[in-house]
Design a protein around this ligand. Structure first.
Ligand code: OXD
Length: 314
């Protein structure tokens, strides 16, 4: 009846040790093991708590009753074709994570709204040169994906005074935030949005959504902030849009290949800012309890909380 913590990422072992310590403190009677060194007898593993799990691992655990994502997203799990049938997949739903993500988005919007990159360049040249900028109320921000993080980001940006709209697959009702949905609303939404924040789940419908035709719908000189998944961006189209000044910036936290390979052109592009997929990191202190609860529910044959729909992809 053990929880196995596993990832194919090699550089997150301090984070995993922190998880193990917190889960141990939370419930001493639950055996928590770190992959690969502590895996032990695989018949003991009933919950796999994973971030981008190694290929074949989940399929090799015969007694698995729950696959739990360490994040809000589950595409890193669903991409495995040999996932055991019938094992529920749960994701994290945690206000702490929502706050971290919306904080990153607000910070990024303010960074570009107040021309922080240009002032960095001016400072390097010892240039005293005020840049005119619009009032927040005339800066049009579009949030793609109006789930919990999208709604929180929209409300925070509204409270600063920005003109915010949202787009999502189905209609959403966030107070005083105009909401577009579906394919019909998409063009209007993009035409409205100078700065786009992408928070969509990655599904076959949203893969490559940030592409040339989408950028062409936007006002000239706009920009994108992608904190969702690298698969949303068509990379060559983004570089072309930045090089032609169709877009003026891209702030990217997520990439098709992570870690971003050293030779990737994004690293050196003057209009791209990169962070290493840490806009939001799940906090063991606030999220451990829901994992323990789900582990126990699954052991009792009950439905865990925050289960994802495998077919829908989120
Ligand atoms: C997540 C993420 O899915 O950090 O939570 O990307």
């Amino acid at each position: 009846m053990s929880i196995l913590l596993a990832s194919s990422w090699t550089d997150i072992s301090p984070y995993f040790s922190q998880w193990k310590k917190t889960l141990d403190q939370e419930q001493r009677d639950i055996d928590v093991r770190l992959y690969p060194d502590e895996i032990g007898d695989i018949d003991d593993i009933t919950t796999a708590l994973v971030w981008d799990p190694p290929s074949g691992l989940l399929a090799s655990l015969p007694k698995l009753k729950l696959i739990h994502s360490l994040g809000m997203g589950v595409d890193h799990i669903l991409k495995h074709e040999d996932l055991p049938e019938g094992v529920p997949i749960a994701r994290i739903v945690d206000p702490d994570l929502v706050t971290r993500m919306s904080e990153y988005c607000v910070h990024s919007i303010l960074h570009y709204h107040r021309e922080a990159d240009r002032y960095d360049r001016y400072q390097a040249e010892r240039l005293w040169k005020p840049i005119p900028y619009p009032a927040a109320s005339s800066r049009r921000i579009g949030i793609m994906g109006m789930g919990k993080i999208g709604a929180d980001t929209a409300m925070k940006l509204k409270s600063i005074g920005f003109d915010v709209a949202g787009w999502s697959r189905s209609p959403k009702n966030v107070p005083s935030v105009p909401s577009f949905h579906d394919k019909d609303g998409f063009r209007h939404f993009m035409q409205h949005s100078e700065f786009i924040v992408c928070l969509l789940p990655l599904t076959p419908d949203t893969e490559g959504i940030l592409c040339a035709s989408t950028f062409n719908m936007m006002p000239d000189g706009g920009g994108i902030i992608n904190v969702a998944r690298g698969g949303h961006v068509v990379e060559e189209d983004l570089i072309a849009a930045l090089d032609s000044d169709k877009l003026s910036f891209a702030k990217l936290d997520v990439f098709r290949q992570e870690p971003l390979p050293k030779h990737h052109p994004f690293w050196t592009h003057p209009k791209i800012r990169i962070t290493p997929h840490n806009a939001g990191i799940t906090n063991p202190e606030t999220a451990a309890a829901q994992i323990i609860k789900n582990h126990r529910l699954a052991l009792r044959g009950l439905t865990p909380n925050n289960i994802v729909d495998r077919a829908r992809g989120y």
